[in-house]
Design a protein around this ligand. Structure first.
Ligand code: SAM
Length: 296
C-alpha cells in the first residue's frame, strides 16, 4: 500500500489536487478519493455539465470543482445549514434541505432538471446516503454518475445505528438487482417470483463501482439493454466439463473485521440433475424412433 499522495504523471489528477490546494476556502478530503474523482468525473472537464455536491460546510470543495471542471460547469451545492446560501454570491447554485428526506429531493430534482454527476459528501449516515443515491438513481434519465463518499461510515461505531442495513450493504445488494434483468434469458432457472418494482428502479444502472470509501452508480440508458444469449455460429460438439472438476472450495470469506472460512459447494442440485437425465432419455427415445422409422 502506498502511504503517500497518489503518484505524479497523471495531469488531470495533478490539476485536481492543485485546484483543491488552491481553493480559497477550507475543504477536507481523503487522499485516495482524488484518483477516484478523476476516474469518475474527468469526462466532464471543460463541458457545460451539471455537477451537484451534497455537503458544503466551508465551501472549499465548490471552488475546487469549478476550478477543475471549468467555468462552463453548473456547480450546485446542497446543505441543511441555511448559512450555505452565502455561496450564491460566488456564482454557485445553492439548495437548502435535508438529504435524508425523499420529499426534499422530489422538489429539488424538479428545479435542477437533468444532471451529469451527483457527489454526496453530506451527513454520511447510511439512511441519508441511501435516500440520496436512490432518489437520484430513480430520477436520472440520461447518462450520469451518482457517487457517495465516506462509505467507511457503514462500519464506524459512531454511525452504527443502521444495524445490518448500512449503505454498503444496500449497494452490494443493489449489484444483485442487476441480475433481475437477466431472468428472461432462461426463466426456469431463476426464482419464480421477481421484485419488478426494484428492478425497474435500477433500470438505468449500468454498473456499480466500489472504491476505498466511495461507491459510484454509473447510469447509462443506452447500455442497459435486456441481456440475450447470442452465438456467432452454431456450436460444435465439444463437451462442457463444468461438473467434472473438484466439487467445492475452502474460501476465506472477504470481511475487513472478521475471520470466516467457509466451504463453497459446487455441483448440480437434484432437480437439475433429474432434468438433464429426462432430457437425455427424451433425446434417446426420439433418436430410436427415428431409426426405427427409417428402417421400415
Ligand atoms: C463533510 S462536510 C462537507 C465538506 C465539503 N464537501 C468539502 O469537501 O469541503 C458535510 C456537510 O454536510 C452537511 N449536512 C449534514 N447533514 C445533512 C443533511 N441531512 N442534509 C444536507 N446536508 C447535510 C453539513 O451541514 C456539512 O456542511
Amino acid at each position: 500500500m502506498n502511504n503517500n499522495v497518489p503518484p505524479p504523471g497523471n495531469t488531470s489528477l495533478e490539476a485536481l489536487i492543485t485546484s483543491w490546494k488552491k481553493s480559497p476556502y477550507p475543504s477536507v478530503k481523503i487522499t485516495s478519493y482524488f484518483p477516484a474523482y478523476v476516474e469518475l468525473f474527468d469526462h466532464l472537464r471543460g463541458t457545460a455539465c451539471t455537477f451537484i455536491e451534497t455537503g458544503i460546510l466551508d465551501g472549499g470543495s465548490l471552488f475546487m470543482w469549478r476550478s477543475w471542471l471549468g467555468d462552463n460547469a453548473r456547480i450546485i451545492g446542497i446543505d441543511l445549514n441555511p448559512e450555505a446560501l452565502k455561496w450564491k454570491d460566488h456564482g454557485f447554485e445553492i439548495f437548502i434541505g435535508d438529504q435524508g428526506d425523499p420529499l426534499f429531493w422530489q422538489g429539488t430534482f424538479k428545479e435542477i432538471g437533468e444532471f451529469d454527476a451527483l457527489l454526496d459528501d453530506g451527513g454520511h449516515q447510511s439512511f441519508q446516503q441511501i435516500v440520496t443515491a436512490y432518489e437520484a438513481i430513480r430520477r436520472a434519465k440520461k447518462k450520469c454518475v451518482v457517487v457517495v463518499e465516506d462509505t467507511t461510515t457503514s462500519f464506524m461505531k459512531d454511525f452504527s445505528k443502521h444495524g445490518k442495513y448500512s449503505f454498503l450493504e444496500f449497494s452490494k445488494d443493489a449489484t444483485d438487482v442487476l441480475v433481475g434483468r437477466s431472468v428472461n434469458i432462461d426463466k426456469g432457472r431463476f426464482p419464480s417470483s421477481i421484485n419488478n418494482e426494484i428492478v425497474r428502479n435500477f433500470h438505468n444502472t449500468y454498473s456499480i463501482q466500489f472504491f476505498n470509501g466511495i461507491v459510484a452508480y454509473k447510469l447509462d440508458p443506452n447500455y442497459c439493454i435486456e441481456p440475450q444469449v447470442v452465438r456467432n455460429m452454431p456450436p460444435n460438439s465439444a463437451s462442457d466439463f463444468r461438473y467434472k472438476g473438484v466439487e467445492s472450495a475452502y474460501v476465506d470469506w472477504p470481511h475487513p473485521f472478521k475471520r470466516k472460512s467457509v466451504i463453497v459447494k459446487g455441483g448440480m442440485n437434484y432437480r437439475s440433475k433429474l432434468k438433464i437425465i429426462k432430457s437425455f432419455i427424451h433425446k434417446v427415445i426420439k433418436k430410436t424412433k427415428a431409426t426405427v422409422a427409417a428402417d421400415k
